[in-house]
Design a binder for this molecule. Structure first.
Ligand code: IMP
Ligand code: MG
Length: 177
């Protein structure tokens, strides 16, 4: 089993950046009712910390998706495991994602959600891997651009582990005890 490698983004830097994004969101959506839509499971940490810094009335909804393919590669074919609980037609939707790798999952989700005619649809993603997106994406709120390597922590897993780390780390070669 692989373990935790070098830390890429500390807990403190993550929280600082989230505060900055939340302040921008608070400003941009002043006077509007926003629905935060989290993509499970990876986005649960960001969703929770971000929401607590946004000074607006918020509603919450969640989707769960899985991409067909192996653990560390996405195929672009997305399967919806859990759909939204509520209608989003005419609503201001902010989609909250953990990480953009190929961008195929997000691309699919944006098309899917746009089909339901929200009033607006924007994306907040904590991480974007540098230079490897296969599609053009318009991400309004982006936390950090990172190298195109596999990372874990702060919601992100490797074989379902490490989501609870409060920082982002590379995946280590072997288990560190
Ligand atoms: P994409 O469709 O290639 O952009 O991949 C998106 C999904 O793959 C993310 O929402 C994650 O769940 C997962 N993923 C991509 N890169 C990583 C990584 O480095 N660590 C953990 N999960 C990842
Ligand atoms: Mg994800």
């Amino acid at each position: 089993m692989k373990g935790v490698g070098e830390i890429l983004i500390s807990e403190e830097r993550i929280q600082e950046r989230i505060k900055e994004m939340a302040d921008r969101i608070t400003e941009d959506y002043e006077g509007k009712d926003v629905v935060l839509v989290g993509v499970l499971k990876g986005a649960f940490m960001l969703m929770s910390d971000l929401a607590r810094q946004i000074r607006l009335p918020l509603e919450f909804d969640f989707m769960a998706v899985s991409s067909y393919g192996s653990a560390t590669r996405t195929s672009g074919v997305v399967r919806i495991l859990k759909d939204l609980d509520y209608e989003i037609t005419g609503r201001h939707i902010l989609l909250v994602e953990d990480i953009i790798d190929s961008g195929l999952t997000l691309n699919y989700l944006l098309k899917y959600l746009n089909g339901r005619r929200p009033e607006s649809l924007e994306v907040c993603a904590l991480l974007r891997k540098s230079g490897i997106q296969q599609v053009d994406l318009d991400v309004r709120y982006e936390g950090f651009e990172i190298p195109a390597e596999f990372v874990i922590g702060y919601g992100l897993d490797h074989e379902q582990l490490y989501r609870n780390l409060p920082y982002i780390a590379f995946l280590g070669q072997k288990q560190v005890s």
